[in-house]
Design a protein around this ligand. Structure first.
Ligand SMILES: Cc1cc2nc3c(=O)[nH]c(=O)nc-3n(C[C@H](O)[C@H](O)[C@H](O)COP(=O)(O)OP(=O)(O)OC[C@H]3O[C@@H](n4cnc5c(N)ncnc54)[C@H](O)[C@@H]3O)c2cc1C
Length: 303
């Protein structure tokens, strides 16, 4: 019986493990090894590590939790969860089952780029989703923003902040709302509605090939891909989820199911409908949730 099983070892999961290991709690961390920012060469806005490799932060985190003897970490996919507060069963890779008093889900989200040939393989390296993460590095470049509808606001943003050469590609008839269209016009960003056939090219030299045979040469692309939170397991436990697919947590990192906490990209407060999904907030979520899980484990001892 572990005190806590942590599902996912990105910034949120490893931070929770660190806190609980320091309280001598028995912890099992299970990780599928697919952190969201893995395709990116650099990680920004994490104080003290700005510009460092995302994988290095997690490697250092794993090394730090190894110093705490009550924390175990295994590679694998949690395939099923069952039970109630104080007595959960966690199955890994459909094979091994372990027991836990409490659970912490730090499972992240999966980005699902538009289905355009050449887009997915450039995701995170030449195609960026977030101007906060990558905007400074694309300053002054010729940019395309693959977006339609309200998402085209990203085009107005990068045109205002980073480049006077921005083309928004809607990949079909524009559904950009009129006020946003006016904002784009004001920034000088162009809108191209022609469907995209494929993306080709290399670092700082990309081509958007349109279905009508025309070509747009760009130095970097932006695309806010739709995301799918990894919430099959929290749904199986009966946790409440929002329309965006994320699991609902409170200020203590607790879901609506007793004994089950969550944090990172896949979870947010009701008061924050469009949450900030970044490494530092994910790490903070892990710390916060672990502190309160520890308080609950302590209280349970004397109940
Ligand atoms: C291309 C790109 C670049 C980015 N750059 C930045 C940046 O520069 N700065 C920044 O602050 N943020 C950046 N982000 C956002 C950042 O990646 C996320 O905010 C952060 O990774 C969230 O951490 P997390 O711990 O919630 O989830 P993740 O880091 O995604 O980790 C979740 C982990 O859970 C595992 N997992 C999922 N389901 C299971 C399961 N059933 N069993 C076991 N393990 C499971 C996954 O395999 C994964 O290892 C970027 C995102 C992208 C897409």
């Amino acid at each position: 019986m572990y005190d806590v099983v942590i599902v996912g070892a990105g910034a949120a999961g490893l931070s929770a493990a660190l806190v609980l290991g320091r309280q001598k709690r028995s912890v099992l961390v299970v990780d599928g090894g697919r952190p969201r920012n893995a395709p990116a060469a650099e990680m920004h806005m994490y104080l003290g590590r700005d510009g460092g490799a995302p994988a290095q932060l997690l490697a250092d985190g794993r090394a730090e939790i190894e110093a705490y003897p009550t924390v175990e970490r295994i590679s694998g996919q949690v395939s099923a969860v069952d039970g109630t507060d104080g007595a959960f069963t966690v199955t890994v890779d459909d094979e091994v089952s372990v027991q836990a008093r409490k659970l912490f889900f730090a499972v992240g989200v999966i980005d699902v780029p538009w289905e355009i040939a050449g887009l997915a393989e450039r995701w995170g390296s030449e195609v960026f989703h977030c101007p906060f993460c990558h905007g400074f590095e694309t300053d002054g470049l010729a940019l395309a923003v693959l977006a339609n509808g309200a998402d085209a606001g990203l085009g107005a943003y990068v045109a205002d902040r980073y480049s006077d050469d921005v083309t928004v590609c809607t990949n079909g008839p524009s559904t950009i709302p009129e006020p946003l269209r006016a904002m784009l016009d004001k920034t000088g960003a162009r809108v191209v509605e022609t469907p995209i056939d494929r993306i080709t090219g290399e670092h700082r030299s990309l081509e958007v090939h349109f279905a009508d045979g025309t070509l747009l040469e760009r130095q970097a692309l932006y695309h806010r891909a739709p995301t799918t939170p990894n919430t099959t397991l929290t749904r199986a436990l009966g946790c409440e989820h929002f329309d965006d697919g994320c699991v609902r947590i409170d200020e203590f990192g607790k879901t609506t199911v007793p004994g089950v906490s969550a944090g990172g990209d896949a979870a947010h407060l009701a008061a924050v409908p469009d949450p900030v999904t970044l490494v530092a907030p994910a790490a903070a979520d892990g710390v916060r949730a672990a502190v309160w899980l520890e308080q609950d484990l302590f209280s349970d001892t004397f109940a």
